[in-house]
Design a protein around this ligand. Structure first.
Ligand SMILES: [Zn+2]
Length: 217
């Protein structure tokens, strides 16, 4: 995290970032779900026309601000309404996994045969730890995992999706979609109940995604 522009000048105003290629993954997933015109409409409503036809490059530079990630979510809701926007954000999140694996698959190290043959709960544990490490190591997003007998809790303690946002209900739907798809992939095709139960935008100290450890199918 050493290459942030003037973050040290005023620590209260510290900015946080995703690497460029992760911003690119989000925009590519949005384009797949919304179409080219749809993503442009969202970018205009989010006051981010700078990205129209000019997505961030495929590199690891920490340059895609949390404010932009958050504005993409509110832009989506402005363009399609809160209800449809929520469904679309879930789908964008699921689609992010495909592009994300293309970019980050090697870093995750979950693709070899030995991993696939592990028992389900072992895969869940190793898989969620690998995903959490990816965010903690390569982005300014902070994730903490917690387990009990029934649930895995994915606590996003610094969350770009609802960055500087206030909302009536939990609003980090993209993370829910991403985790649903990641669990589907890690488990070799099982569906899990995934729900955001706490959200920083609602005044909670973290955005908590609760995952039922027993698959639905
Ligand atoms: Zn959040």
């Amino acid at each position: 995290m050493g290459n942030h522009a003037d973050a040290s000048a005023n620590p209260d105003k510290k900015q946080y970032f995703y690497p460029n290629r992760m911003g690119r993954v989000v925009l590519l997933a949005m384009e797949e779900i919304l179409g080219h015109a749809g993503v442009n409409a969202v970018l205009n409503l989010a006051d981010l026309p700078v990205y129209i036809n000019d997505y961030p490059p495929y590199n690891q530079d920490l340059r895609f601000p949390f404010t932009d990630i958050s504005r993409l979510q509110t832009g989506l809701e402005s363009a399609y309404g809160p209800r449809a926007g929520r469904g679309l954000a879930l789908r964008v999140g699921r689609t992010c996994l495909k592009y994300g694996l293309r970019e980050f698959g090697p870093e995750l190290g979950l693709t070899d045969l030995a991993f696939r043959l592990l028992p389900l709960q072992t895969k869940l544990k190793a898989g969620s730890e690998a995903f959490a490490t990816l965010f903690n190591k390569y982005t300014d997003q902070q994730v903490r995992l917690e387990w009990d007998d029934k649930y895995l809790f994915w606590h996003i303690e610094r969350c770009p999706l609802c960055w500087e946002r206030q909302a009536e209900g939990a609003c980090c739907h993209l993370a829910v979609g991403l985790l649903q798809e990641a669990l589907f992939w890690v488990s070799g095709g099982k569906f899990f109940e995934v729900e955001e139960t706490k959200c920083i935008a609602c005044g909670d100290s973290a955005c908590t995604i609760q995952i039922d450890r027993a698959p639905l199918s």
